[in-house]
Design a protein. Structure first.
Length: 365
């Protein structure tokens, strides 16, 4: 089993220049490969990774592209493999058509493979091809390294994302089963009656973010002061992202450690984003990322995730008598009383109980 671990690295000036040279070379090769495939498609031909790799070999022989020899050769090949993977995902309808990469994109990265132990951690340093030993802030022990992605963030920081061998340690849980209903006011409401409030990291930082962006808009385009202010804005965004990821990791781990089976709704978040009044709040709360974390952690530790069908009316159905109330379709209705059994319901609490019941029903089939 493999997983990714992200460490911050501190390259010196010479290493920074080499990183940016490699990023530029990888971007160039990716764009040339994409242009070659698009041209072939117009002419009715079909080419794959093999021909784009041959193109790279020919480019290296040309004097005007001699600078390609400075970059990590494996990273250049990986950029073409990534392009090929992009086309595979496109034809299998998992992603959009590959697009050309721009040097103006503030988030840049390249990937290289560990061959003959040329990527390894030695003390406080990370050994990387071409770069040599780069100072690293290591926060945990790592297993065998398969590949590494070098990332240059919009804040100007550098990171190494290591893909390593990972053997999850067995974790004891209480063996219980739980249903959760995610929301915006409460991050999720559990069927055991415990709601988890939404931390609203974006909303809390919005005032500072607006202030910093307003300052950025007043700076002269191309000036050093504008670049400094751009980094300040990026730092605010980075802090929000880190806070959100920390919260999601802790909550997903807590659920996995306390329960053997977790029932969740199979939400179509992309479709829900079409509601422009709720889109910002849905992005901020990151349901999709939370569900992904639950999925891979359940795979690691042997838990079970049950996805309830999208069209199941969990909020509209009375958890006591089963009566379906059409009035509750209105999202403004947060509390309601069942006309049949006269039980008072909180919308989210009732939904979480119904999700649990439906999950138990699906598990027994």
């Amino acid at each position: 089993m493999q997983k990714g671990i992200k460490f911050r690295i501190y390259p010196n000036k010479e290493q920074k220049n080499l990183i940016h040279q490699t990023l530029g070379c990888c971007r160039l090769i990716y764009n040339k490969g994409l242009a070659l495939r698009e041209e072939a498609y117009k002419n009715g031909e079909k080419i794959g990774y093999t021909k784009t790799s041959a193109m790279l070999t020919e480019l290296k022989k040309m004097e005007e592209y001699s600078f390609l020899k400075v970059a990590d050769s494996i990273a250049l090949q990986q950029s073409l493999r990534d392009l090929d993977r992009g086309y595979v995902n496109f034809f299998q309808k998992r992603a959009a058509h590959p697009t050309f990469k721009s040097k103006h994109n503030r988030h840049q990265c390249y990937r290289t493979i560990n061959q003959k132990d040329n990527i390894r951690i030695v003390g406080k340093y990370l050994k990387l091809p071409k770069l040599g030993f780069v100072k690293v802030r290591q926060s945990m022990e790592v297993g065998k390294i398969h590949n590494v992605t070098i990332e240059h963030a919009p804040t100007g920081k550098y990171f190494a994302i290591l893909n390593v061998e990972f053997e999850p340690e067995p974790r004891q849980n209480k063996g219980s089963i739980i249903g959760i209903d995610v929301g915006i006011k409460e991050f999720y409401y559990a069927s055991n009656g415990n709601p988890v409030p939404n931390p609203k990291h974006l909303e809390k930082a919005m005032r500072k973010l607006v202030r910093e962006q307003r300052k950025l808009s007043r700076k002269q385009v191309g000036s050093n002061n504008r670049n400094k202010q751009r980094i300040r804005v990026a730092l605010v965004h980075e802090k929000i992202t880190n806070q959100r990821n920390d919260f999601l990791q802790k909550e997903s781990t807590k659920l996995i450690c306390e329960n053997q089976t977790i029932c969740i709704e199979d939400l179509k978040v992309k479709n829900m984003m079409r509601n422009h009044k709720l889109a910002k709040a849905i992005v901020s709360v990151s349901w999709s990322k939370f569900f992904d974390m639950l999925e891979y952690k359940a795979t690691w530790y042997g838990n079970e995730i049950i996805r309830i069908p999208t069209m199941y009316p969990s909020s509209q159905t009375c958890s006591c008598c089963g009566y379906q109330n059409p009035i509750v379709k209105n999202l403004a209705v947060r509390k309601w009383v069942c006309p049949e059994c006269h039980t008072a319901h909180d919308r989210d609490a009732n939904a979480s109980i119904n999700i649990l019941a439906k999950g138990l029903q699906m598990q027994s089939v």
